[in-house]
Design a protein around this ligand. Structure first.
Ligand SMILES: [Zn+2]
Length: 461
């Protein structure tokens, strides 16, 4: 793609005013790296800032491999907890009046902000990672059963104690391709394959066992995702599981053991936020296109926009938000809620692009079609229908779509579509057997990506 192509395309759409106002119930999420909001001790002020500027969800970093901003029974409690109290409770209380969804973010494995005593204890117990040359790093080893239990149970503690909208994985991977080659990994890999690993660790790193070891390594990460998904859904079926992931797949599976497309395929994630941190509009557009293709409409993709890293000006942020609208992702995620975002980015978005007043009355939620029209489900024709009718479904990209027909009492009459359809216009004919459907008023209801659209149909037989 030529470097200027996305900019030109966006400009054309902008001129037609197609993307200025989101005609969708758009998820506008933001990561909060510190877990305290912009003003520590005052989550209320941060929640108000987000709501005033049209944001709908916040992902606060409340725990890591060895730290918790709430009174955890499993992880060391942080200085922020000691100073400002339970940050999950404070955040939830502040966000609830504004209807802001709170997805609690965990930094997995990495002993980020952990007390030195805890790090030393983990190292002494052989629970931290070693690279291929035997050097230590302050990350828990994912194949260690005690570590996996600590990671899982700490996330479930959050689900059990707090009414959160979601759980969010981050650092759900290895540090780089040189980890982990600790003694425990050797023993567990050999037990898994039922044979010794020759010439440890070099054969696993770059020799004959390279592929087998990379597969096993990715499995260690995937197993935590699956365990947390299954257990969290058992506790609270409505909870949403999401992850911040590397933007380029399948490189990240090879390099850091992050097989996120398989997590999507297996249904372990409800949302995915690829960290598309770049200041290049063309690179951003290409990443989003590739991620939507990998996900194939199974779940929403809310691309991460790197306001703090690499650092974007407000016009660069606007271009990337418009790109997510042009590609009909249904949302985006800003990195990160800090003072710069609070003072130099969010207020400008809120005056235009994300103005909460501009999108207040959109229910049910249509998804923008390929041409910027606001509906996916076309009007049935003929209508009234003399025993048969046709309708179009026009998709901006590949999506899982269901169209059902209900009578006026809400009884399901037929399900003409329940499948994944490619991008483009699709025409369907509904012609039930003669006399199978009584004369009367019916409703066609389309569902895609959690949104619905309806059309009325009068049936004459
Ligand atoms: Zn290890």
């Amino acid at each position: 793609m030529a470097a200027s192509a996305p900019g030109v395309r966006l400009l054309k759409l902008f001129q037609r005013r197609v993307l200025l106002v989101a005609d969708v119930v758009e998820t506008r999420a933001i990561w909060d790296h510190d877990g305290t909001g912009v003003w520590p001790g005052d989550w209320g002020r941060s929640a108000a800032l987000l709501a005033e500027n049209g944001f709908t969800a916040v992902l606060p970093n409340m725990l890591s491999g060895g730290m918790a901003h709430y009174p955890s029974n499993l992880l060391p409690r942080s200085d922020a907890y000691d100073t400002y109290g339970d940050q999950i409770a404070e955040c939830l209380n502040a966000c609830a009046p504004h209807g802001l969804a709170v997805h609690v973010w965990k930094v997995n494995w990495y002993l980020y902000d952990a007390p030195q005593g805890f790090v030393s204890q983990m190292r002494a117990e052989g629970r931290t990672q070693k690279d291929v040359w035997g050097r230590d790093v302050d990350w828990l080893c994912p194949s260690n059963p005690l570590n996996r239990e600590l990671e899982r149970e700490s996330m479930l503690e959050v689900v059990t104690w707090y009414n959160v909208a979601g759980l969010h994985f981050d650092y759900i991977r290895y540090p780089n391709d040189t980890y982990c080659y600790c003694d425990g990994c050797r023993a567990r890999f050999e037990a898994y394959r039922g044979a010794p690993a020759s010439n440890w660790p070099l054969d696993c790193y770059s020799g004959t066992l390279h592929d087998e070891y990379r597969d096993w390594r990715a499995l260690q990460i995937t197993q935590l995702v699956q365990e947390v998904h299954d257990a969290a859904k058992a506790l609270k079926p409505g909870i949403l599981i999401s992850a911040a992931v590397f933007p380029t797949y399948p490189d990240c599976r090879e390099q850091v053991g992050q097989d996120w497309v398989s997590w999507v395929e297996h249904g372990y994630l409800d949302l995915v936020m690829p960290m598309d941190y770049t200041n290049s509009p063309a690179a951003f557009a290409d990443l989003v296109t590739s991620q939507l293709a990998y996900v194939g409409g199974r779940i929403p993709v809310y691309p991460g926009i790197g306001v703090s890293s690499p650092g974007l000006s407000v016009d660069q942020v606007i271009v990337q938000v418009l790109e997510t609208r042009a590609q009909a992702t249904g949302g985006f995620t800003i990195f990160n809620l800090n003072m710069t975002a609070a003072t130099e980015i969010l207020p400008w978005l809120g005056r235009g692009l994300t103005d909460p007043g501009a999108t207040s009355s959109v229910t049910p939620a249509p998804i923008p079609s390929r041409h910027g029209a606001t509906r996916l489900l076309g009007a049935p024709f003929p209508n009234p229908a003399p025993g048969w009718t046709r309708f179009n479904v026009d998709l901006p990209r590949e999506l899982q779509v269901r169209v059902r027909i209900f009578d006026v009492s809400g009884r399901l009459v037929a399900t003409p579509i329940d499948q994944t359809l490619p991008a483009g216009a699709h025409r369907f004919t509904w012609s039930p057997p003669r006399h199978a459907v009584a004369s009367g008023v019916y409703v066609l209801r389309l569902e895609a990506l959690g949104c619905t659209e309806t059309r009325k149909l009068v049936w004459l037989r």
